[in-house]
Design a protein around this ligand. Structure first.
Ligand code: NAP
Length: 251
């Protein structure tokens, strides 16, 4: 598959490595300059390209940038994403990082907001796994403890393509429904960054309560703030354990 990645940070660079390993062709772009991606290019062979080029002739496009950057990205992209391209949205809204975004504060489903801003359908995926787990915890198909990731979207075929990519990354995929209901995999959900296997994910996804998301998201953020946030990638397993504790107290 030909894949474009917008955002070569923690999540983008992990996906680039995994997709190339699985035999896909990958190009990438970032916000500042292409030279910043030289080391990643040297290591992986992924091609740094401009924003204009990253969307050209790709089967899938991963948008993996902070939410606050989405309107700017939408402006720069205009109508340049082909209707044949499957767009994957990994973003999560964190007011502490993104500032307050009115529509999201008012309860709009995050990926519906992204889709509306970009003007194209998106599939929500990879938002519910911490970069540490994405990098270190993938495993082979059929292993009992394999982590499973929820996938939401309105196009069945697009979700199948994304599920195949997730499998290539080392994880199971579970289609949990349409984009409007994808709040069930947002921050604060018991399936959010809790590293569940497929049967645990199937169970927990039925029990998500929308009204609890914001408070639990903030509880999880507080844990990071109190514990050396600059180095959180070194102790991400503690974050997963804390998330489980916070979310499981009352599913
Ligand atoms: N980190 C996690 O554990 C995790 C887990 C799941 C989901 N997510 C979500 O996934 C998204 C990416 O997270 P991350 O941790 O990978 O972020 P990150 O490490 O901060 O990387 C962000 C990347 O996006 C690029 N970027 C920013 N604005 C852009 C724009 N307007 N156009 C093109 N590229 C742009 C940045 O480029 P420059 O380097 O040039 O600034 C950088 O390469 C966020 O929404 C986050 O909430 C993160």
């Amino acid at each position: 598959m030909k894949i474009g990645i917008i955002g070569a940070g923690q999540i983008g660079s992990a996906l680039i490595r995994q997709y190339l390993k699985a035999g896909h062709e990958v190009k990438m772009t970032n916000a500042t300059n292409l030279a910043k991606m030289k080391a990643l290019e040297d290591e992986t062979g992924a091609k740094p390209v401009s924003l204009t080029d990253v969307v050209k002739d790709v089967d899938a496009l991963v948008v993996t940038i902070p939410s606050i950057e989405i309107p700017k990205l939408a402006n720069s992209l205009g109508q340049s994403i082909s209707s044949n391209t499957v767009v994957i949205d990994t973003t999560n809204y964190y007011p502490i990082r993104d500032g307050k975004i009115d529509e999201l504060e008012n309860g709009m489903t995050e990926s519906v907001w992204v889709s509306t801003k970009l003007g194209v359908p998106v599939v929500k995926a990879y938002n519910s796994i911490l970069a540490g787990s994405l990098i270190h915890s993938g495993s082979t198909e059929n292993s009992a403890s394999r982590i499973a990731l929820p996938v939401s979207g309105d196009d069945q075929h697009a979700k199948e393509i994304v599920s195949k990519l997730i499998n290539d990354s080392g994880f199971d995929a579970l289609d949990i429904g349409n984009l409007q209901d994808s709040w069930r995999q947002q921050p604060g959900s018991p399936v959010y960054c809790t590293d569940l296997n497929l049967s645990q994910l199937r169970n927990n996804i039925t029990q998500v309560k929308k009204e609890r998301l914001t408070q639990r998201r903030e509880q999880a953020v507080q844990f990071i703030i109190e514990n050396n946030p600059a180095k959180w990638l070194e102790w991400w397993k503690d974050c997963v354990a804390n998330n489980r504790k916070v979310y499981e107290t009352a599913l």
